[in-house]
Design a binder for this molecule. Structure first.
Ligand SMILES: *Cc1c(COP(=O)(O)O)cnc(C)c1O
Length: 414
């Protein structure tokens, strides 16, 4: 996260002091680095060299329009999983013909809209869904571009909630059943077979599950070819892990070159989300109260599980850095907990920090699955988001107001 570093003992986002950002926009606050987003996307894109490819940012990791716009401007594709995400991409200047549409339960409305704007491909997750897409395409008298998402039954060795490539998961079609579905798609005049898709999980830190999945998928491509079904692209999904702490993770150039060694001329689509935005964002909160008892030291902060759900949901780790590096407070192993009425409302446990009330803390690596998973639980307005570029900063989502919380609600008259 070279774009978040200490300068004169104050944590900066690019060249802007985070103290200045909280003074301007208040806390809690999500802060993104434009340069980090671009660098991470180019790391994927450049690894392919001249080989036909499309790097489709997985919008669910961070769907802020400014983030999508930064990526659209450098030529990114997008992986969307709902009409809402598709409309965000279009509103941010993204191109429909660079969008793939994933997700297990696309509605008729979503399919119609995706066909109307001309998306690149549907990643189809079941036989029933293939039928539904065919029906909609037939009614509109168009051809729907499709890939089948197969489940290669490999263990991504990640958290069970973010592992998706095993038979026990709800995603995709059994690789053994895929041939029949492809046959069906190939025979339909309203379906146009484009590719083959898989996505095995998230925060994967070892390349071997990806390569195991690739081998299985390539065997299927040959099988399909022998039946006269041509596959133009292979979509290998996302899931590349990032460094949250000191863990080893995947070197993207090595991963891509191992893929290219195996795939011949097939165009490759990747759908990285976390690897592009995870380390491009931090979540900043203020220490409200310090509360110590004989067993525990609690720092109660103004950010909570509704703002950053990952610790409560996946027991995920975020590194915590003081915004002012050299403040001297109470030294302890602190549990950093929010104001929400749930015991599970913690953002970090047992962190050795020197804290005083009023200090600001940065939860690092919070750019992916941070704001997008936030909610209004406990009637807390969602926080503001800011993007930094060099020495400038822009509010890219206003903090919600109290009125925003209930302006779509009504009381009954009886
Ligand atoms: C979530 C998801 C991604 C992105 O996963 P990351 O771990 O953020 O890279 C890509 N493709 C599909 C189908 C997904 O569900």
């Amino acid at each position: 996260m070279s774009n978040f570093s200490y300068q004169n003992q104050t944590l900066h986002a690019e060249s802007v002091a985070i103290t200045e950002l909280v003074a301007t926009y208040d806390s809690p606050l999500y802060i993104y680095s434009k340069a980090e987003i671009e660098t991470n996307w180019y790391t994927f894109n450049d690894a392919f060299g001249d080989h036909p490819h499309l790097v489709c940012f997985a919008v669910k990791a961070n769907s802020n329009l400014a983030v999508l716009n930064v990526l659209a401007k450098i030529g990114s594709g997008f992986d969307v999983v709902s009409r809402g995400e598709l409309e965000r991409v279009l509103a941010a200047g993204g191109k429909a013909d660079r969008c793939v549409f994933s997700g297990v339960a696309k509605t008729i409305d979503e399919i119609e809209r995706a066909l109307e704007v001309g998306i690149r491909c549907f990643n189809v997750e079941s036989s029933s869904e293939l039928d539904r897409i065919e029906q909609v395409a037939s009614r509109l008298n168009v051809q729907a571009p499709v890939s089948i998402r197969v489940n290669p039954d490999v263990d991504a060795k990640t958290h069970p909630y973010i592992s998706t490539g095993l038979k026990e998961n709800k995603f995709g079609v059994d690789i053994d059943d895929a041939v029949n579905l492809y046959q069906k798609a190939n025979d339909s005049e309203h379906l146009n077979v484009q590719g083959l898709d898989c996505h095995i999980g998230s925060q994967i830190t070892d390349v071997s599950p990806f390569l195991d999945a690739l081998d299985k998928v390539l065997a299927l491509v040959s099988q399909l070819q022998s039946k006269g079904i041509e596959i133009a692209h292979l979509d290998l999904g996302g899931g590349i892990g990032i460094k949250y702490d000191d863990e080893q993770t995947i070197d993207i150039a090595t991963y891509v070159s191992s893929v290219l060694d195996k795939v011949g001329d097939l165009e490759i689509i990747l759908e990285p989300g976390r690897a592009i935005v995870g380390n491009a964002g931090v979540f900043v909160t203020k220490v409200e109260f310090l509360k110590q008892n004989s067993e525990h030291s609690f720092a109660i902060i103004d950010g909570a599980m509704n703002d950053l759900l990952r610790p409560a949901f996946y027991n995920a780790y975020h590194k915590v850095l003081p915004v002012n590096e050299n403040t001297k407070g109470i030294d302890a192993n602190w549990d950093l907990v929010g104001p929400i009425c749930e015991t599970g409302d913690f953002l970090a446990k047992n962190r050795k920090l020197s804290l005083s009330e009023g200090d600001f803390l940065a939860f690092m690596s919070a750019g992916a699955y941070g704001f997008t998973m936030s909610s209004n639980y406990n009637s807390r307005p969602r926080v503001a988001e800011v993007m930094v570029s060099n020495n400038t900063h822009t509010l890219v989502r206003e903090r919600e107001t109290i009125q925003d919380l209930f302006n779509k609600e009504y009381i009954i008259n009886d």
